[in-house]
Design a protein around this ligand. Structure first.
Ligand SMILES: Cc1cc2nc3c(=O)[nH]c(=O)nc-3n(C[C@H](O)[C@H](O)[C@H](O)COP(=O)(O)OP(=O)(O)OC[C@H]3O[C@@H](n4cnc5c(N)ncnc54)[C@H](O)[C@@H]3O)c2cc1C
Length: 288
């Protein structure tokens, strides 16, 4: 196996300097659960890996009006956070089923987002929670809404000399509820065939939807929101007729493909089934 340099900065500034110095041949590494697999498969061949692990203060979950999550926060930290469990169940649903406990102890939310797989399990909940990616680069800090972050399979708007530092999530207004479902072929460790995320904000009657956020994984080349379907739900009660109309709009707005793991037809059928189920679950959670 070819040798590579392993660089260990102790601050974001030092990491940015290293990125600038080593250039395109270097790659950032967080938990390494994507990077090291890709390297072993020969899909990438970086001359240097710059580890973010020794940088303090990149791993945190803070609620201070907004919810901010450090890019180096592991899935296991999110899974075991009482705040995420009680106030952001949509995200808890997603992280608790990523890989195995060993993977969740190592893999980070930042790595999941920057890796930008259409199947990334945290992407649909973060899209539904209207997360913003905070990115540091040589020119300073910039904020990119996640709706503009993913540009293709494995591709984002980030430049090679930039670092994702945190994710900033919208302020919750009560009553609200959210839910995420990962459809996979087996209950054990598996990537999703489809990911369905629903976040609902209700009127005080707790029956009328004031604002709906629907987001999907593996329903197109990137994780995506279903804007037209969201608009159909807003200001209405989720009756069976409205839910049928909504499901049709989601399928028109997504672009499921045939793959070895599932056909486009099956994915569309499942979008209909699981969006309705997640809406019902989100309504139930909002009521408690
Ligand atoms: C056995 C196994 C099971 C898995 N199961 C799932 C699953 O169920 N669901 C799922 O979604 N994923 C799954 N994955 C994929 C992987 O674990 C996740 O995508 C994970 O969150 C990646 O995080 P990481 O910290 O390991 O990223 P890394 O591998 O370290 O990095 C991934 C990419 O992000 C970049 N990067 C990382 N952090 C930053 C940053 N802060 N700023 C800029 N760039 C950065 C790296 O340069 C690299 O391009 C699985 C992987 C394995 C090996």
């Amino acid at each position: 196996m070819k040798r590579y340099d392993y660089l260990k900065p102790y601050s974001v500034e030092e990491a940015l300097d290293l990125l600038a110095g080593v250039g395109d041949t270097a790659m950032l590494i967080a938990g390494g659960t994507d990077v090291l697999v890709k390297r072993k498969l020969g899909q990438i061949d970086p001359a240097a890996l710059i580890s973010l692990k020794s940088i303090p203060d990149m791993s945190y979950i803070k609620e201070n009006g907004m919810l901010t999550i450090g890019a180096m926060t592991t899935h296991r930290q999110l899974e075991t956070s009482p705040l995420i469990h009680s106030r952001y169940p949509i995200l808890h649903d997603a992280v608790k089923n990523i890989g195995s406990v060993q993977i969740r102890n190592t893999a980070t939310i930042g790595g999941n987002i920057v890796n930008a797989a259409p199947s990334a399990d945290t992407a649909p909940p973060l899209l539904a929670l209207e997360a913003v990616a905070r990115i540091r680069g040589p020119q300073g800090t910039r904020d990119v809404p996640l709706t503009e972050f993913f540009v293709g399979p494995g591709r984002t708007t980030m430049q090679p000399n930039e670092i994702l530092t945190e994710l900033v999530l919208t302020r919750h207004t009560s009553p609200c509820g959210g839910a995420y479902y990962k459809l996979s072929r087996r209950a054990a460790m598996d990537l999703p065939l489809l990911g369905v995320a629903v976040q609902l904000y209700l009127e005080p009657d707790r029956q009328t939807i004031r604002q709906a956020r629907l987001a999907y994984g593996v329903a197109g080349p990137t994780p995506m929101r279903a804007f037209a379907a969201e608009a159909l739900l807003e200001g209405r009660k989720p009756t069976p007729e409205i839910l049928d109309e909504m499901a049709q709009a989601v399928c028109q707005g997504t672009s499921c493909r045939n793959s070895l793991r599932a056909s486009a037809w099956y994915r569309e059928e499942m979008i209909t089934v699981f969006t309705k189920r997640m809406i019902r679950l989100a309504m139930e959670r909002a009521a408690t």
